[in-house]
Design a protein around this ligand. Structure first.
Ligand code: COA
Length: 169
């Protein structure tokens, strides 16, 4: 199977926060942001696999500061590493303050997608080749994050997580 570069899987989405996206304080609702992150990262996983993809897991996401009505959100997603049928995607959310124009990194997350066929059975995906130092760092950490995610989902025994255990030994 042909390989893909991490850069070729990049997806970017830009949205403005509208009244229907906010709570009664005028702040973007967390679920709305998670939805945008899910869509953008699914596009990235699709670019990697050219297959139907489903979300298998979402890692810990924290919301450190409110995103206000009128702010402009940019979501950027890129596949860090693939395994057999699964792909880890790294997502960064940038917020542009609508009053000052200042752009800051709001939060980031890792999502895992699985490529499936027409009846939902997982299928093989191409390898992703890291090209930059940052892409290599993300690639190296992906196995550890996969093991943690599988343990939390009850799909792996902690004793089998060799890469994760190596951090503590
Ligand atoms: C994700 C899904 C396709 C996995 O199918 P499955 O029959 O459990 O298949 P497997 O156990 O063989 O797992 C397939 C791959 O998913 C990975 N995976 C499954 N659960 C995972 C999790 N919680 N975290 C990370 N990876 C996970 C496995 O490691 C495996 O990866 P690999 O093929 O690269 O080695 C299936 O559980 C599913 O369809 N879930 C619902 C997806 C969905 O609807 N998402 C939207 C939620 S509203």
């Amino acid at each position: 199977m042909k390989t893909k570069t991490a850069a070729s899987t990049k997806a970017i989405m830009t949205e403005i926060v509208l009244p229907n996206d906010t709570n009664t304080l005028g702040n973007l609702m967390g679920g709305r942001l998670l939805h945008l992150m899910d869509i953008c990262s699914a596009i990235s996983a699709h670019r990697c696999s050219n297959r139907t993809v489903v979300t298998a897991s979402v890692n810990n996401v924290s919301f450190s500061s409110p995103i206000k009505l009128g702010d402009i959100i940019t979501v950027e997603a890129k596949v860090t590493r693939t395994f057999n049928s699964s792909m880890e995607v790294f997502i960064e959310v940038f917020v542009e303050d609508h009053r000052t124009g200042e752009k800051t990194l709001s939060n980031n997350a890792y999502y895992t997608f699985v490529a499936v066929d027409q009846i939902g059975t997982p299928i093989e995906v191409p390898d992703v080749v890291p090209e930059t130092e940052e892409e290599q760092r993300q690639f190296d950490g992906a196995l550890r994050r996969r093991q943690l995610s599988l343990i939390l989902a009850g799909k792996m025994q902690p004793g089998d997580a060799s890469e994760l255990k190596a951090i503590f030994s």
